[in-house]
Design a binder for this molecule. Sequence first.
Ligand code: SF4
Ligand code: SF4
Length: 176
Amino acid sequence: MQALTQRVKQVDRKPMTLLERIYLWNIVKGMFITFMHIFKKKPTIRYPEQKRQFSSVFRGLHVLNRDEEGRERCTACGLCAVACPAEAITMEAAERLDSEEHLYREEKYAAKYEINMLRCIFCGLCEEACPKDAIYLSETFAPANFSRKGFIYDKSDLLIPNVKTESADFAKAKGL
Ligand code: SF4
Ligand code: SF4
């Protein structure tokens, strides 16, 4: 029969020797390889006790930003949701009342803002699309969870602590 390629290899059907039949040599060889790996530098780390150094361009969990007076920057314009290729962002806009000027920077704000972390691919397009510097991707990542619902992050999960009223939490969130 004509071969389709030049890589045809004749199968060697030699009978096994006694040493090959008892597998002892192969076991010794395997154990030797395992033993040699004990002295090699391990590529794994003991997470969470040890943490890996992230790249300077690492994109992690989202943070909803506040301005220097502690007011929410997001104006619920929806540009981040439109830019999101994974359709992970949903929001509901509301109008700011006169008595809420100290809470929200713009006349319109996000009454509800959610990101589905199971959909998110951490591309950072939401951050780039935002005209208000209201969202950025931090250097932490979403912790593991047993339920899908736990990966829907709402405003209370995403909003950075208020620099005026929760200064210690704010510094911790900023890694200061
Ligand atoms: S990082 Fe990318 S995928 Fe995740 S919410 Fe932002 S735009 Fe969507
Ligand atoms: S985070 Fe930015 S882009 Fe998204 S709705 Fe708020 S202001 Fe608009």
